[in-house]
Design a protein around this ligand. Structure first.
Ligand code: UDP
Length: 333
């Protein structure tokens, strides 16, 4: 199969490209390198640098290349930034998807797998969260992803494009070989920050709140290994190719770990002390997010195999200790 991967130079997208190429697919990447890295581009993928909102650029790729299916990762994804600059998020995430769908309709490409988020649910009333829980995003990022899902729904009705939307919980870890991994600027995610502290690039990690209604007072999240997550995308592509209906699936490990437990795990794996300080809560953080991923298991046949936080932390540590400065920095970034 020939797959167009939007955002294939990013953290999650690059892991998808590697797995697609591992299984013998050919891959075309589109990425504007705003948050992606040229070095994360798989050497065997065809790479087009550019912005998917530029319709003529995107059209030229659909004209030149034969494309059987699309996986769409290209989006801004920082909750805090989305609250300060919502229009940037609607422009990049929603308008970008609108352009993509338009070009897919023009070129009769009928399959898309798309990255969505647990942020579409907002503050949950109960855990684990199933796909039937009403969506009620509490930040602009989650709202843009929900809007993208709605774009897909109406485009399917009008034009028959089939989609699978995958709602991610906390994605972490790296490819076992440490060839690629997580490198964000600025970094806001828990595991990279913990490991940068282990590497002494930060003096300490600040725990955002110790007064939540959880056993140790810190927030609980469901961490899923990026390689398991990507495996679900490949299954979703096959599911759609085999005539499956458009649908939405949660992807998580169905287990919750507190911030303190994550720091404890990192101390055990790295053998470093990792100083931690308690700070105020971060605005918009729900206390507990845990997925039910039963639907993905039953319908897609998904079998995550790297579900322990030890495995996630070990692979993340391999990457961060092999590449303490991350990818080479491109000029101007
Ligand atoms: N967190 C923290 N300190 C940090 C970064 C994150 O205590 O420096 C907490 C955050 O409040 C949340 C959890 O770690 O409860 C995971 O945060 P992250 O930003 O990685 O993912 P999110 O859950 O926001 O998608």
């Amino acid at each position: 199969m020939s797959v167009l991967v939007l955002g294939g130079a990013g953290y999650i997208g690059s892991h998808a490209v590697y797995q697609l190429i591992d299984q013998g697919d050919s891959v075309i990447i589109v990425d504007n390198l705003e948050t992606g890295h040229r070095e994360a581009v798989h050497p065997e993928a065809l790479f087009y640098e550019g912005d998917m909102r530029d319709i003529n650029f995107l059209r030229s790729i659909f004209e030149k290349e034969s494309i059987d299916a699309v996986i769409h990762f290209a989006a801004n994804s920082l909750v805090g930034e989305s609250m300060e600059n919502p229009l940037k998020y609607f422009d990049n995430n929603v308008y970008g998807t609108q352009v993509l769908l338009k070009v897919m309709v023009e070129h009769d490409v009928k399959i898309i797998v798309f990255s969505s988020t647990a942020a579409t649910y907002g503050e949950p009333k109960a855990v684990p969260i199933t796909e039937t829980v009403p969506t009620n995003p509490t930040n602009a990022y989650g709202e843009t992803k929900l809007t993208m899902e709605k774009l897909m729904k109406w485009t399917e009705l009008a034009h028959g494009i089939k989609y699978v939307s995958l709602r991610y919980f906390n994605v972490a870890g790296a490819r076992e070989t440490a060839e690629i991994g997580e490198d964000h600027h600025p970094e806001t995610h828990l595991i990279p920050i913990i490991l940068q502290t282990a590497l002494k690039q930060r003096s300490h990690i600040t725990i955002f709140g110790e007064d939540y209604d959880t056993p140790d007072g810190t927030c609980i999240r469901d961490y899923i290994h990026v390689e398991d997550l990507i495996n679900a995308h490949l299954l979703a592509l096959n599911y759609l190719k085999d005539g499956g209906n458009s649908d939405v699936f949660n992807l998580g490990s169905s287990q919750g770990f507190s911030v303190k437990e994550m720091i404890g795990t990192a101390r055990a794996i790295t053998g470093k002390d990792i100083p931690a300080e308690i700070g105020p809560r971060r605005a918009g953080d729900p206390s507990i997010l845990i997925a039910s991923s039963e639907k993905a298991k039953q319908v897609l046949g998904w079998k995550p195999t790297r579900t322990s936080i030890t495995k996630i932390m070990e692979d993340a540590w391999k990457w961060h200790s092999a590449r303490p400065e991350g990818y080479k920095k491109e000029v101007g970034k």
